[in-house]
Design a protein around this ligand. Sequence first.
Ligand SMILES: [Ca+2]
Ligand SMILES: [Ca+2]
Ligand SMILES: [Ca+2]
Length: 180
Amino acid sequence: MKIASIGAVSALLFGASVASASIIDSDPANDTQAGADMITVVDGAAVYGAELVSGQTGDVDWFSVNVPANSILTIVIIPLDIPLQSPDTILGLYDAGGTQLAFNDDAGFPSNLGSVIVYENAGAQTLSFAVSGFGDAADFNGSHDESGVYTVKLSIVPVPTPGAIAIAGLAGLAATRRRR
Ligand SMILES: [Ca+2]
Ligand SMILES: [Ca+2]
Ligand SMILES: [Ca+2]
């Protein structure tokens, strides 16, 4: 159920704007966390293209993003050579010290072999994420045979305060009562 809803979200994100996303991918410099391409987030969102390069053995693409405190970071990797199928990606999220915080292979197997991570971030920090191909292990050392272009869609939204949630809950309750 949870997987299905994530798949639906990534299907929703697979829109017309995806094809025209500009490329941010400094191969081979971004093959390591130290060489990660910095992502600029505008109004809580960023969309860009990248590629797991054929012929470059073990291409891994690292990106970094500044994430504010009390926010939810969502990273969606959308395969484009065959939409949602190829390249078959994996995705890892890391803190600045290189500790893996989250990992995902398929956003919704078998219909979506792209990847998605939703992460609730407490304190402001720079996070990094790595995109590699299926077959690579969770250590992202580049041992895979996947190639092809993909789009990254990234969003950052504030975590609602408890007061805002309570108000939303009351509004929902009032709406339910009105329908009866
Ligand atoms: Ca690349
Ligand atoms: Ca790379
Ligand atoms: Ca995958």
